[in-house]
Design a protein around this ligand. Structure first.
Ligand SMILES: *[C@@H]1O[C@H](CO)[C@@H](O)[C@H](O)[C@H]1NC(C)=O
Ligand SMILES: *[C@@H]1O[C@H](CO)[C@@H](O)[C@H](O)[C@H]1NC(C)=O
Length: 398
């Protein structure tokens, strides 16, 4: 953790250097120097937020931290990975470090968030099963105080357009509703196979998280579903004493391929890392991990662990339908003005507001951050959006 902080060693100082630079030349001339192509974007006068390059290595590190925090905050869905930084603004505040306003283009990976795997350890999805979108995040970094904290986020995701996929690949599997009876049957049948092969412990279905269907030699279904431990063994045919609140312990990938005379069922299950005993509030624990210098005893005295500011949800991931879904072929309907609407404003006051973040700091004194409305339709740094690293344009937000 300490070494990751060192990557920010020059953030504040480079910010100061930029400020000094601004004293000696006009904004326009500076931007000319930064970016030969394109006209210099004018900055709104007196605005404290400054655009940064989306390809800057420190910006990419901040984007990674923000996305890790977003992934950790999820109880549901699949881990998000970064396709590119779309837009980034920094607000440097004397003695408080910086608040970054990030717009990130993201992709769902194949790992469920409960697996806690890092996006880099998760295989990419096939293009036809892709889900992509955009997140906005406000991330606070105060390097001297070792604070890295996601203040707020919101994301909007959509599946890749099936119309475009079918144009390229008419036989590709298509997504199915997770509550479709055929999908539930495929999950139940594949889990029954898993249970019969591992009779010492039995598992039951929590819910289906993803499903696709395809015609192979007959209708075929491929499903992902969460499982929990079942107190029932095979010999107890009908036992219903299941604790209804038990947490999912793993995720299974099952398939049922129906041939005219035979059904082929397959299943593999992976189990999540068991929770550390006594880890009653993962949110708080994760936040204290971001404050490596904080020793447990002093933290108890100064930061109440039931502080609503820590445990309150800081954002959400919204899932919308495929952009082309429900449109007729000759439809004149155009793509909505904002294909991936994401709202993120901790204030609507055009002059900014203050946010109490004392709970992130050790001392008794009050610590306040200035927050501003999220920059919208403003000229941004010419190197934005950043390089997309080979992501297919079909799964990049416009
Ligand atoms: C996040 O989005 C939801 C609706 O999608 C909105 O109600 C909420 O205010 C947003 N959060 C912030 C901090 O703007
Ligand atoms: C992004 O930065 C890397 C190195 O930092 C550089 O090699 C690459 O050309 C840059 N890409 C763009 C599109 O600016």
């Amino acid at each position: 953790m300490i070494s990751t902080f060192d990557r920010f060693g020059s953030l504040a100082s480079s910010r100061m250097a930029l400020l000094r630079l601004l004293v000696f030349c006009t904004l326009a001339a500076c931007y000319m120097a930064y970016s030969p192509p394109g006209p210099p974007p004018p900055l709104p006068p007196n605005h404290p937020l400054h655009p940064l390059s989306c390809n800057d290595s420190q910006v990419l590190a901040v984007a990674d931290f923000a996305l890790q925090s977003i992934n950790r905050d999820q109880k549901d869905g699949y881990t998000l990975s970064l396709s590119r930084v779309h837009d980034v603004w920094e607000h440097y505040q004397e003695n408080m470090g910086s608040v970054y306003y990030l717009t990130l283009d993201v992709l769902e990976t194949g790992c469920h968030v409960l697996s806690k795997k890092a996006p880099k350890d998760c295989g990419p999805r096939s293009l036809h099963e892709s889900v992509y979108g955009q997140c906005k995040a406000m991330f606070h970094i105060n390097k001297p105080n070792r604070v890295l904290y996601l203040l707020a986020y919101n994301c909007t995701l959509r599946p890749v357009s099936q119309k475009k996929i079918h144009f390229m690949c008419p036989d590709c599997p298509s997504p199915f509703d997770v509550s479709d009876p055929e999908v539930l049957e495929a999950a139940t049948e594949s889990l029954a196979k898993f249970n019969s092969e591992n009779p010492s412990k039995q598992y039951s279905l929590v819910k289906v998280t993803r499903a696709v269907g395809q015609w192979v030699v007959g209708p075929s279904y491929f499903v992902d579903y969460l499982i929990k431990e079942s107190p029932c063994t095979q010999s107890q045919a009908s036992c219903s004493l299941q604790p209804s609140d038990s947490a999912p312990v793993g995720i299974c990938h099952g398939s049922v391929v129906k041939a005219p005379l035979k059904k082929f069922v397959s299943v593999t299950c992976e189990f999540f890392e068991p929770k550390v005993p006594g880890d009653v509030n993962p949110d708080v624990t994760q936040e204290s991990k971001k404050l490596p210098s904080v020793d447990k005893a002093s933290q108890k005295n100064t930061a109440p662990t039931n502080s609503p500011s820590i445990t309150a949800p800081r954002g959400s991931v919204q899932r919308l339908p495929d952009l082309d879904a429900g449109k007729l072929d000759d439809s004149k309907e155009k793509i909505p003005k904002e294909a991936f609407p994401v709202q993120l404003d901790l204030t609507t006051n055009p002059q900014g507001d203050t946010l109490d973040v004392s709970f992130l700091y050790l001392g008794p004194e009050e610590k306040k951050l200035e927050v501003w409305p999220f920059p919208r339709n403003q000229p941004r740094f010419p190197a934005c959006p950043g390089p997309e690293g080979g992501t297919n344009p079909l799964i990049l937000p416009p």
